[in-house]
Each structure stands twice: as C-alpha cells, then as structure tokens.
Design a protein around this ligand. Structure first.
Ligand code: AMP
Length: 218
C-alpha cells in the first residue's frame, strides 16, 4: 500500500507511522527525519536545510523533492511506503504525482490526522526526542524511564530546537498556509481518510484499519 500522512506538526504523524510500520510493515519515510539525520552528519544537504528548519520554515522544494524522489527509488519502496511530512506544498504534491505516474504507481489513501490547535501546542511543548536514535518521547504520554536518557539506546533526550515555543507558531502558520490546502487537493480524488487523533493511538489505529479495509487497501 502507498499512503500519505497529512496533519499539522504535533498531530501525531510520526507516532501513527511507527504503529503502521509495526503492524503492517509499511516502509516509513519521514522527510523531517531525513533532514535531521543529514544535519547531524553535517552533510551538504543538512547544512542547506538547517537554517530553514530552525526558523520553522519549509526547506525549499528544489532540495526536498529530489531528496524524496531519491528515497522513493530505493528497492524497499517498490511495493509499499507511507510518506510522513511530504508533500507539504501543492508543488510537492504535483511533483509526486508526476513521479508516481512515470513509475506507473499511485497513492492508495491519504490519512488526514485531525487535532485541535490547543492540543497541538500542548503536545509539541511536551515532545522530546533522542539525539542518537530519533526515538520520540512525551513528558506526559511517554516519559523515558530515566529522565533525559533514551529507553531504546541510552542516548541523550532533548527538545527539538524547532519545538521551542518561538518556532512552533511559525510552523503552525506555515502549515495552515501551505500544507492544509492539500486536504482539498486529495479530497477531490476521494483519497482522504479523516482520522480524529485526539483520543489516543488505539482508537486512531482502529479507525485507520477500518477505513483502509473499507477501501480494500488492507
Ligand atoms: P517534521 O519532522 O515533519 O515536523 O519536519 C521538521 C522540519 O523539516 C519542518 O518544519 C520543515 O522545516 C522541514 N521539512 C520536513 N518535510 C518537509 C517538506 N516536505 N518540505 C519542506 N520542508 C520540510
């Protein structure tokens, strides 16, 4: 299956993607994770992306689209993948369409995660990440067993620079201006599966399972 996860920053795309990967084995592609790995490794791509990410702005399409297309060309994406954080603009969505057409592939469903702004701001302020392995934590919902130490690899847990309050508002503004119009873009093709993600991962995953089976995707 080929899926897109749409939703504001903090709407739970990464958590849902991890669960979908564990339950159905779908390859998880997060453009944010790819950028963070490149920043950590000091690659030219990381250096180019860093200043945009730190300001809560989108990395330019010219950089992001080719990076994503390179990843989609990897053999593990031949049959199934889910995109987390891509597309984020109409131009990216159009380019993705062209790329998939050229490869005789199509998106099966777009999971649109719905969460109110108040909950988003609270979740982001409590979100923490392991610098070493990228595992996600939450001060309320998934605190690490030892404060500041990753349960998975023992790495250091920090707050992402772009999760700090001064950047979050800019990221939300960018989301509403540039990314939310994609819900309409995919709605017109009947691809959108809206999922309420305020009630916890269990109910959201059940809605996703039901929605995907109704459409014959699972
Ligand atoms: P995320 O981990 O998805 O919240 O992404 C973190 C940051 O990476 C975003 O705020 C953007 O600066 C950048 N980013 C991730 N995906 C994209 C994309 N598809 N287009 C442009 N910038 C992106």
């Amino acid at each position: 299956m080929r899926l897109i996860l749409l939703g504001a920053p903090g709407s739970g795309k990464g958590t849902v993607a991890t669960a979908l990967h564990q339950q159905y084995g779908v390859v998880h592609i997060s453009t944010g994770d790819i950028f963070r790995a490149n920043i950590k490794a000091n690659t030219p791509l990381g250096l180019e992306a860093k200043s945009f990410i730190e300001k809560g702005e989108l990395v330019p399409d010219s950089v992001t689209i080719s990076m994503l297309e390179d990843r989609l060309a990897d053999p593990d994406c031949a049959e199934s993948f889910m995109l987390d954080g891509f597309p984020r603009t109409i131009a990216q969505a159009e380019e993705l369409d062209r790329f998939l057409d050229k490869n005789s592939k199509k998106i099966d469903a777009v999971i649109s995660l719905c969460v109110s702004d108040a909950i988003i701001v609270k979740r982001i302020s409590e979100r923490r990440i392991c610098v070493a392995c990228g595992a996600g934590f939450s001060l309320t919902f998934r605190p690490s067993l030892v404060e500041g130490v990753c349960d998975e690899c023992g790495g250091e847990i920090i707050q992402r620079e772009d999760d700090k309050p001064e950047t979050v508002l800019n990221r939300l503004k960018t989301y509403y201006e540039k990314t939310q119009p994609l819900v309409d873009y995919y709605e017109k093709r009947g691809l959108v599966l809206p999922v309420d993600n305020e009630g916890g991962l269990g109910p959201a995953m059940e809605d996703i399972r039901a929605g995907l089976s109704e459409r014959g995707i699972l």
